[in-house]
Design a protein around this ligand. Structure first.
Ligand code: CA
Ligand code: CA
Ligand code: CA
Length: 141
């Protein structure tokens, strides 16, 4: 049923962007929710561990060279596929066209993990991604 939700909401987003309607915070929240669910897998405890983000990176790095190319990043995006180019550009802080582990895991994790403990809470994750997608949405088109 999550997949169905995803499809429905993705259509909504395409429509919204097509209409030059800026997504409101509730709509952004609907995008962020499945994102968290897909990351919080081992352990599935309502918290995002550093290891979970790190494993996501390794999974996306299909040629195992330690960097994510735009293609590798784009091939595995889920709900964020609508924003894959702006997200990629956002994370590629040194603009070398690939995402290092530092850019995709270390920096975002540290940025999300506002209280500095060993995991990212749902609230911290939501706050980070809602802000980020809001920012991207404002600058889209
Ligand atoms: Ca977890
Ligand atoms: Ca790679
Ligand atoms: Ca880079």
């Amino acid at each position: 049923e999550n997949v169905m939700q995803l499809v429905i909401f993705s259509c909504l987003v395409v429509f919204a962007i097509g209409q030059h309607h800026h997504l409101n915070n509730h709509e952004l929240q609907q995008l962020v929710d499945p994102g968290f669910q897909s990351l919080d897998i081992n352990p599935k405890d309502g918290l995002l561990e550093h290891d979970e983000l790190s494993k996501l990176f390794d999974m996306r790095d299909t040629d195992g060279n330690g960097n994510l190319s735009r293609e590798e990043f784009g091939a595995h995006t889920g709900l964020d596929f609508l924003f894959k180019d702006p997200l990629f550009d956002h994370f590629d802080t040194d603009h070398d066209g690939v995402l290092s582990k530092d850019e995709f895991v270390e920096k975002p994790f540290a940025e999300m993990n506002q209280n500095g403990d060993s995991e990212v809470s749902r609230h911290e994750f939501d706050h980070f991604y809602t802000q980020l997608l809001h920012h991207i949405n404002q600058h889209h088109g």
